[in-house]
Design a protein around this ligand. Sequence first.
Ligand code: ZN
Length: 188
Amino acid sequence: MSFLPIYTFDHPVLRKETSPITEDTEELQKLIAAMQKTMHHAEGIGLAANQVGKSLAMTVIDISETKGNEHILPLVLINPVIIGTHGESVFEEGCLSLPEIREDVVRPESIGIKFLNEDFKEVEMEADKLLARVMQHEVDHLHGKYFIDYLSPLKLSFLKGKLNKLRKGEVETDYPLAPPSGMKKKKK
Ligand code: ZN
């Protein structure tokens, strides 16, 4: 099994609302495993299904390799819904779909969230700090939203050059990327 290519800004699949998952299938379990492998290889701490081109409401998260979070087990969130928020914090975010871009984003500090886990069991939990941050970032992906959507028009204007390069696929990463949406597949 090889790594799945990651879709980048501004591919339509990343702007579209994803579909809820209604059935636990072998195909779904294969996708989960492939996404976990892809996320680890890319050294990400979260990956949404639409970031690998599948418009499904599912994300994988693993922050266990970050400092102080070694005890937090990897998570699979199917059809996640944020059911409550509390407080506010500022944190510098990055995204595998927006390589080379890191910006401060204001979000609630802690959240309540419910989802189905990889065994299709309903889970309701509270999360704070980095875990709450990653969960909100990933749930946003599932609704077609990037973290840069929170930036002011001025801050966004500073990123214009980088974003245009991304749109054209002019970016180098240590992980495979899907071709940019504007590019047609080469005919043989
Ligand atoms: Zn992201």
